[in-house]
Design a protein around this ligand. Structure first.
Ligand SMILES: C[S@@+](CC[C@H](N)C(=O)[O-])C[C@H]1O[C@@H](n2cnc3c(N)ncnc32)[C@H](O)[C@@H]1O
Length: 286
């Protein structure tokens, strides 16, 4: 069942061309607006996130298995390979959480010494260290204490909604990648189809948090699942993410979405790099 489910995901992915940059960094939107049910103001978002991810960390792996019927690891590895990840590459996994994407990377590159994980939650880092013997750094995507031009490949798995500033995060991604290096962002996009959307909402917003609450006994883990759905409903459109990648100086930017739900964004750091201008002009990259 696992492979059948993701055969649809990994098969027939249409590459989407996108419009040129339409906004500058000064007007770059947040990934989403404040979520009043969870916190009062966007300034409180990172504190709120730190608390729910710290508290839910011991349960994250079992929740992730419930969320996608255990198919997540197969999908992550497949997406990484399709994006060009190869043995021997130096990789930075941002928002690594307990390490599901990082473990998929390790399996592909074959050497965890080549892998670095960046993650702000101490609870998530502690869980990750149980299965990964790579470098772990406590930081956010927007300010990573990592040297310029040090990675061949950068990943972010199902966490883009949590950053505060798309432009700041993508500028960091470009800075730490070597020229020619690639960024791959995996994220969920809600399907346009209203029936599919309704069924997903029934599962993610109402069923899964209840199952998580009963199975883990953790109120915070259940709240993480409510929050998960709420952010999916309000997150910016894929076009905005693509434009933000271009604004940050990535070239060959592509977006693939399958079964209207799983989005993969990728971009290459060009050889010639110039920062985006405030008036919205796209930088030219090789
Ligand atoms: C849903 S988990 C994703 C974990 C993992 N990447 C995966 O593939 O399942 C989201 C993670 O994003 C982290 N996060 C939240 N805000 C962040 C930020 N500003 N920068 C980087 N990571 C952030 C959280 O602490 C959490 O561990």
């Amino acid at each position: 069942m696992r492979r059948c489910f993701y055969a649809a995901v990994s098969g027939d992915l249409g590459l989407t061309g996108v419009a040129p940059l339409a906004f500058g960094r000064a007007t770059m939107p947040k990934p989403h607006a404040s979520l009043a049910e969870h916190y009062n103001h966007l300034d409180e978002k990172q504190t709120f996130l730190r608390r729910i991810f710290d508290d839910a960390a011991p349960h994250y792996e079992s929740i992730a298995r419930l969320g996608f019927f255990g198919s997540g690891q197969w999908y992550r590895k497949d997406a990484l390979r399709r994006a060009g990840l190869r043995p021997g590459m130096r990789v930075l996994d941002v928002a690594s959480g307990t390490g599901p994407t990082a473990r998929a990377i390790r399996d592909v590159i074959g050497d965890e010494a080549l892998l670095t994980c960046v993650e702000p939650s101490a609870g998530m880092l502690a869980e990750s260290r149980k299965t990964l013997r790579c470098e772990h750094i406590q930081a956010t995507a927007e300010a990573m204490p990592v040297a310029d031009e040090s990675f061949d490949f950068l990943t972010m798995g199902f966490a883009l909604r949590h950053v505060d500033d798309l432009a700041g995060a993508f500028a960091e991604y470009r800075r730490v990648l070597k020229p020619g290096g690639k960024a791959l962002i995996l994220e969920l996009t809600l399907p346009e189809n209203r029936v599919a959307r309704f069924l997903l909402k029934l599962y993610f917003k109402y069923t899964l948090p209840l199952v998580v609450r009963v199975c883990t006994g953790s109120k915070q883990a259940a709240q993480m699942m409510w929050y998960y759905w709420d952010t999916m409903e309000v997150v910016v459109k894929p076009e905005t993410i693509v434009q933000a990648l271009r604004a940050a100086g990535f070239s060959q930017v592509e977006q693939r979405t399958s079964i209207g739900l799983f989005s993969e964004y990728e971009g290459v750091r060009g050889e010639e790099v110039r920062p985006a201008t405030d008036d919205g002009a796209a930088p030219s990259t090789a």
